[in-house]
Design a protein around this ligand. Sequence first.
Ligand code: SAH
Length: 215
Amino acid sequence: MINDTFRHKGLRSRLVDELRGKGVGSEAVLRAIHAVPRHLFLDSSFVKMAYKDIAFPIGAGQTISQPSTVARQTQLLEVLPGQKVLEVGTGSGYQAAVLGEMGIELYSIERQSELYKKCCQMLPYLGYSKIHLFLGDGYEGLPDIAPFDAILVTAGAEEIPAKLLLQLKVGGVMVVPVGSKIQIMTRIRRLNEEEFEQEEFGECAFVPMLNGINQ
Ligand code: SAH
């Protein structure tokens, strides 16, 4: 049975209030954060901290993003139920679950096989059946499944991943942290076949987006 108690739900209500206080305004995003049992995405030694607004190690040298970062990135995506979205960097699967909770048909790529395998067990176990997981290099995207309504990159890219831009529908957006040590949260909208518009939303710090697969 899934271990999600009233106490966990109470802690999530407090987290949602905290995120509201930090300026997260999208009720759809807050509802999803309230619904996803984040404590099940962390190693058991961190469970007590699961509903604090902080990032944690998840194995393979990677981190689960802090809830306010997940909320802000999800809000910037401007997605609606039923839309087809690509995530780069499945990691713990938490961000994927938040999008799944919002009724998104999600395709998520991870390059670390250890994390990919964990998510292949965890996400179906929690009932997220519209999340499709892939082991691969996110720089390549998923050309056979494109175009996407939105693309979310959850690792820091030194430059805007050019191949991914071409996998966006016209009108769709890609949200990506761009830079090396410190990144700028960037949103790029595809205006038509050739033109893109870029907006910036302040500094952030993600683990780096790397090339190739790590078996
Ligand atoms: N969305 C995740 C955040 C994980 S951190 C969560 O909710 O937990 C970023 C992840 O991106 C790491 O797991 C890292 O292995 C992965 N990553 C880095 N470069 C990648 C690439 N080129 N393709 C796919 N995944 C990548």
